[in-house]
Design a binder for this molecule. Structure first.
Ligand code: AMP
Length: 541
């Protein structure tokens, strides 16, 4: 027998309608390119979003079409987060840090019909424009009238809005419609698209707003430093609209000083970003102390937050750190490391140990750890296995990719590629990962791709790349290189060679030249051995 409750579609427009009805006066503040602050409220945003959705339809957008965004965190990007799904289309956020080849690949693979581009990022995009044929219109955000561009069919954001009215009925009529898409790097090959549905994102928003998760409420002032082009800014813009929290957008100003000013002056209560951002902010605050008493949670994820930094924030600055783990494939929130009742009697030092772990699964996310043969392992804080997850906001297949056992198990779990232990209370700790990737400042570097680029040099016989610890970026790539017999190679030659072949942040800081790369029994590079040799940054091993 089925229940007799309404079949109410969980679509994102309903979150926006709620914000407009319940919290019309709540504020969205953006730090503009010129340093001034743009302020308006949810009611004003709502009207503009309706106009924008109508304008998209006027431009010919059909249900399911992908619309790209290439922008910083600002109020226009917030509008796009709702207008594109509200028009029945898919908001495809383009990662501005990707190498041009990868960027061109994802625009083309997603078949974006329209791309919204921030004026300051136009030169970056123009480099790939000649490779793109699917895009019918470009819309420039924050662009002066006098701007010159090689792109064709270019419109200005405000003109688009001015030409449409707000008499628009949402086209997001079915909760299973796709609403957003983010590509994420794989160990090999091109990035892969995670395609979110209205239902998955609606449920993720509720999940994130649980008291046992981020628990964002109306009295919060939330600063998402995590980019809107990375895992939907962790869903924070949606979480704010749902709860009526004020939103503060940093725009292009991601440096420590403007962030410190924003937190202090806007009385931010929750700020979210990767550890590298908070490391920079900590250094800044040591030199220029500011009043951070408004902050109730410094949310950090994307990479492991160093325990020392958790302690520094909590002990020296009195700021509560909320460490979280997630993935693009999880929309992205999976676990949070919030202290529970059984931690009450711990010393401060022990509490920081707990906070340095990745934490418990929030309701809506199930996790398990398995060994190499797929056997489930106990939650005893000792058994180490691959983390697998399932739930209503977790991916079941990548966009336009075959179902693959490498990523999804036959019994319906997603394989995260993270390796961890889980304690009897369900607190997870990541100890390693199976994916051959380096995470530098929150963004991925594929070691396999980098190795291939280095091995393209005529004097290189073999190259293996591993992650080594770094104070600022947490991880940086180290290249271990074997030169061809008779060739003499220097770091500078390789740097010059790689310059136009890889993204700038992929460039290894160190190259180590060795006579041979250690191999496994089946002849693969033994990264485990290399990590033992160089993994702690002992470059002279
Ligand atoms: P992304 O999809 O780019 O957000 O990357 C997700 C991956 O980042 C995870 O599978 C982990 O490898 C890593 N990651 C995310 N959050 C954390 C964290 N709190 N601690 C350690 N690694 C993390």
């Amino acid at each position: 027998m089925h229940g007799l409750m309404m079949d109410y579609q969980l679509t994102m427009d309903r979150i926006l309608e709620h914000a407009n009805r319940m919290f019309p006066h709540k504020q969205i503040t953006t730090l503009q390119p010129d340093g001034s602050r743009h302020r308006y409220n949810y009611a004003e945003a709502y009207t503009r979003i309706k106009r924008l959705a109508k304008a998209l339809v006027n431009l010919g957008i059909q249900p399911g079409d992908r619309v790209g965004t290439f922008a910083w965190n600002n109020y226009q990007h917030f509008e796009l987060y709702f207008a594109i799904p509200g028009a029945g289309a898919v908001c495809h956020t383009l990662n501005i840090r990707l190498f041009p080849e990868q960027l061109a690949y994802i625009v083309d693979h997603a078949e974006d019909q329209i791309v919204f581009i921030e004026a300051s990022l136009l030169p970056l995009y123009e480099r790939i424009a000649h490779q793109i044929s699917c895009v019918k219109h470009y819309v420039l955000i924050n662009a002066p009238r006098t701007i010159e561009t090689r792109l064709r069919n270019v419109l200005h954001y405000e003109d688009l809005l001015a030409d449409a009215d707000e008499d628009f009925a949402w086209r997001s009529t079915d909760e299973r419609m796709a609403m957003g898409m983010c590509y994420t790097s794989g160990t090999t090959g091109n990035p892969k698209g995670a395609l979110y549905s209205h239902r998955s994102m609606y449920l993720h928003t509720i999940g994130e707003n649980q008291a046992a998760a981020l628990g964002i409420v109306e009295s919060d002032v939330v600063l998402p430093v995590v980019p809107q082009f990375h895992a939907m800014a962790w869903g924070l813009p949606y979480a704010c609209a749902m709860s009526g929290a004020d939103l503060v957008m940093p725009g292009m100003h991601l440096q420590p000083a403007p962030l410190a000013r924003l937190i202090a002056e806007e009385r931010v209560t929750v700020a979210g970003g990767v550890p590298t951002i908070w490391m920079g902010l900590y250094q800044e605050l040591k030199q220029n102390p500011r009043d951070l008493s408004s902050l109730r949670a410094l949310v950090v994820g994307g990479s492991a937050m160093p325990r020392s930094l958790i302690e520094a924030y909590e002990r020296e600055l009195g700021v509560n750190v909320l460490h979280a783990w997630g993935m693009t494939e999880l929309s992205p929130l999976g676990t949070v490391s919030i202290l529970q009742k059984h931690h009450q009697n711990l010393s401060d030092k022990e509490k920081w140990d707990v906070k340095a772990r990745q934490g418990y699964a929030i309701a809506g996310v199930e996790m398990r750890i398995v060994d190499d043969s797929g056997r489930e392992l106990p939650w005893d804080n000792k058994s180490v296995g691959e983390l697998q997850v399932r739930g209503p906001w977790i991916i079941r297949q990548y966009f336009k990719r075959e179902h693959s056992e490498d990523q999804f198990t036959a019994d319906g779990w997603f394989r995260t590629g993270d390796v961890c232990t889980i304690d009897p209370y369900g607190y997870m700790t990541i100890t390693d990962r199976t994916k051959d990737l380096v995470k530098s400042g929150g963004e991925w570097i594929s070691s396999v791709e980098l190795e291939n680029a280095i091995m393209g040099h005529p004097d290189v016989l073999e190259a293996a790349v591993i992650a080594i610890p770094d104070d600022r970026w947490l991880e940086r790539p180290l290249a271990v290189v074997v030169a061809r017999p008779g060739a003499t190679l220097a770091q500078e030659q390789l740097r010059t060679y790689l310059q136009d072949k890889i993204a700038k942040f992929w460039m290894p800081d160190h190259f180590v030249f060795v006579p041979e790369i250690p191999k496994t029994s089946v002849g693969k590079f033994s990264k485990t051995t290399l990590r033992q040799m160089y993994g702690e940054g002992r470059l002279s091993a």
